[in-house]
Design a protein around this ligand. Structure first.
Ligand SMILES: Cc1cc2nc3c(=O)[nH]c(=O)nc-3n(C[C@H](O)[C@H](O)[C@H](O)COP(=O)(O)OP(=O)(O)OC[C@H]3O[C@@H](n4cnc5c(N)ncnc54)[C@H](O)[C@@H]3O)c2cc1C
Length: 487
């Protein structure tokens, strides 16, 4: 008889978002099982720009420092995001001169660059420490759901061994081509696919072409191609992503069609602006540039998270980060429901909160794509580009979608602001496990909540309260309530 495994949460897909989900569920005391088709964590670098918000989430679960350490081994940090005609040639624009300049006061954490191939093993280790069961080379082949949960079939790719998993909730972190989403009949809505893109992974000594510049993302816009470079320490390897070829007004966006080795080399030469340095192409990955959001993030006991819920062009570095935010929003709610501390209605708020933010972020990535690389799409319309901090830290759950994080001042539905309490302790370090009440010195009410007094005018002002008021912060660091008395 086939084995049946019982687990509170089954996570389908063990890449950035699936692994983050397992880690966060473990942090909140929930056992999960992750099934991942691949035999190990990511081999392709893909996401590398990690926002302050993602680092704050990593700080909560104790991996911020190791992520920072590893990131510094891989990329120069605090680099620029800029555009060139070619690496050797003319500079076009600097979109961000220094990745952390002007934003350090907003968070205890910094933006870092670390690729998925280096990040995922760190998340995997932490997820395992926190009790997640990770099954690689294992595919979820089918599932059925009923009123009380989901029954899924899993199969080991090498041994062919199969098992049944019975779970109360399932998270579909199975990527842009989510089969769970397709099977549930959930459509993707948005701007569709606008390029069959490629990423060329290469080795070449490009250090001299950097000319001492500290560059994190280098957009390339010239008559041959549009795309972007990311280059790793010691500047002898990196990738070139290409999203369009030829005539800037009427480009060929089917970049992957018929690509030859020589074609790949020609693109690299055109992007580097030199054709006399030895280049070795290590791999070519094909992917689609698209800007779409799932029409629903939930079907019964199944939740979409990450690229299965929203796919955006990699302009702004938002895709993976938005998925980690999904995982955080969902993990504590599942924990509260599974542990009997909240009714299942709490789970309705996942889609209510995350779908508008996902859609907004998709549009913001698209706007950056159009303005930085694909002006030929401008005639179809696009949202004005919002401040990066509005997208990364200032996304809100109160219907406004976004605002600058320095303006939210503890308003319900926004991320609780960071203020240093001591050299290494931020207000954010008070959150992350349970509901927490931050109260002014004259606040008086009886509560069994964990209460921290806000002792200084600076803290009261950061949270927008008088000395008689208090602020209730959720386990994900978002403000739930603010006022006098008790929530
Ligand atoms: C060139 C490039 C650069 C990028 N740069 C950035 C960046 O700087 N910052 C950023 O935030 N984002 C970036 N992104 C986007 C980022 O890579 C994605 O948003 C992120 O990988 C999404 O993670 P995910 O876990 O949701 O999906 P995926 O990474 O696609 O993972 C899904 C996983 O599910 C597994 N799976 C699918 N079906 C099954 C099944 N039935 N059973 C078992 N396993 C299954 C797959 O094997 C896969 O490993 C970039 C993307 C590209 C292409």
């Amino acid at each position: 008889m086939q084995t049946t495994i019982e687990v509170p949460v089954l996570v389908v897909g063990g890449s950035l978002v699936g692994m983050s989900s397992a880690m966060l569920l473990g942090h909140y005391g929930v056992q999960s099982m992750v099934v991942e088709h691949h035999r190990g964590t990511a081999i392709h670098p893909r996401a590398a720009q990690i926002t302050q918000r993602t680092m704050e989430i990593f700080r909560t679960v104790g991996v911020e420092q190791i992520v920072r350490k590893k990131s510094a081994e891989q990329f120069v940090q605090d680099g620029a995001i800029m555009g060139v005609e070619s690496l050797a040639g003319k500079e076009i624009a600097y979109y961000i001169a220094n990745l952390n300049e002007g934003i350090r006061d907003l968070s205890p954490c910094e933006r870092v660059f670390i690729s998925q191939s280096l990040l995922e093993p760190l998340l995997k280790q932490r997820a395992e420490e926190l009790g997640a069961e990770l099954r690689f080379a294992t595919e979820m082949t089918s599932f059925e759901q009923d009123a009380t949960g989901v029954t899924a079939q899993i199969r080991h790719r090498d041994s062919g061994e199969t098992a049944t998993v019975r779970t109360r909730y399932m998270i579909a972190a199975d990527g842009a081509h989510s089969r769970v989403r397709d099977r549930l009949g959930i459509r993707m809505l948005g701007r569709g696919v606008f390029s069959n893109s490629i990423t060329i992974y290469f080795r070449a000594d490009v250090g001299p072409l950097l000319r001492g510049r500290n560059l994190s993302v280098i957009y390339v816009i010239n008559p041959v191609l549009r795309g972007f470079f990311r280059i790793e320490i010691p500047f002898t390897s990196g990738f070139l992503a290409v999203i369009a070829l030829g005539d800037p007004d009427h480009p060929n966006t089917d970049v992957s069609a018929g690509l030859t080795d020589q074609g790949g080399l020609d693109l690299l030469h055109a992007a580097l602006g030199v054709d006399d340095i030895p280049i070795k192409i290590e791999d070519v990955m094909r992917w689609q540039s698209e800007a779409n959001t799932a029409e629903r993030f939930r079907e019964g006991n199944i939740f979409l998270a990450g690229d299965s819920a929203h796919v955006m062009p990699p302009y702004g570095g938002f895709g993976g980060n938005t998925g980690v935010q999904d995982a955080q929003n969902l993990a504590w709610k599942l924990a509260w429901v599974l542990n009997g501390k909240a009714s299942p209605e709490l789970l309705d708020s996942y889609e209510r909160e995350r779908r508008p933010v996902g859609e907004f972020t998709v549009e913001q990535a698209y706007s950056r794509y159009v303005t930085r690389t694909a002006p030929y799409l401008a005639s179809k319309g696009f949202q004005p580009v919002a401040h990066d901090m509005n997208v990364e830290l200032g996304y809100c759950y109160d219907g406004r979608l976004h605002e600058h994080p320095s303006e939210s001042k503890g308003r319900p539905g926004t991320r609780a602001p960071h203020v240093w309490l001591s050299e290494n302790c931020s207000t954010l370090d008070l959150f992350g496990r349970d509901f927490v009440l931050l109260a002014g010195p004259d606040w008086k009410a009886a509560t069994n909540l964990q209460v921290h007094k806000l002792a200084t005018p600076e803290l009261l002002s950061a949270y927008g309260i008088t000395s008689r008021e208090a602020v209730l912060v959720r386990p994900d660091g978002f403000v739930e309530w603010r006022g006098e008395g008790c929530p």
